[in-house]
Design a protein around this ligand. Structure first.
Ligand code: FES
Length: 141
């Protein structure tokens, strides 16, 4: 299925639903790895919005990126509860282990506050991370 057909399938899945912009953006991000300017324009046209409106949403939320990044990604929570449970002490070694091969992305809350520090790789979450566990996770992706 080519890009246009994939976009049309995404639009079709949300046609007629209320507030379709965010679900469409999430699906486009998931499908293509980014919401690039061409996708923004197509989405704006489909939803009868301005490019500026769509771009404003894309650039506001950290979930969306304008360019795709083929590296494996670990989303590491650095919100307050995980900070209180020591995530900041884990970051330098994790960044060193990740190097340029793995993208270590900061996110704010994965809903695992009581069992942090927490991270997510794809759909899988990892809790109670210590330095060794996080470095092991970096090497496993
Ligand atoms: S603050 Fe880290 S999972 Fe909620």
């Amino acid at each position: 299925m080519n890009r246009e057909a994939q976009l049309e399938a995404i639009f079709g899945a949300f046609r007629g639903t209320e507030g379709p912009l965010l679900p469409i953006l999430h699906e486009v991000q998931h499908t293509f790895g980014c919401v690039d300017p061409a996708a923004e324009a197509t989405i704006a046209h489909e939803l009868n919005l301005s490019r500026a409106e769509v771009h404003g949403v894309v650039s506001f939320y950290h979930d969306f990126s304008a360019t795709s990044d083929p590296r494996p990604c670990i989303e590491l929570c650095r919100a307050e509860a995980c900070q209180a449970r020591g995530v900041e002490a884990l970051v330098p070694a994790a960044e060193q282990a990740a190097g340029t091969r793995v993208k270590l992305k900061t996110v704010y809350c994965l809903g695992l506050c009581s069992v942090g520090p927490a991270a997510r790789v794809g759909e899988r979450v990892h809790a109670r991370l210590d330095s060794a566990a996080l470095i092991k996770l970096v090497h496993s992706v």
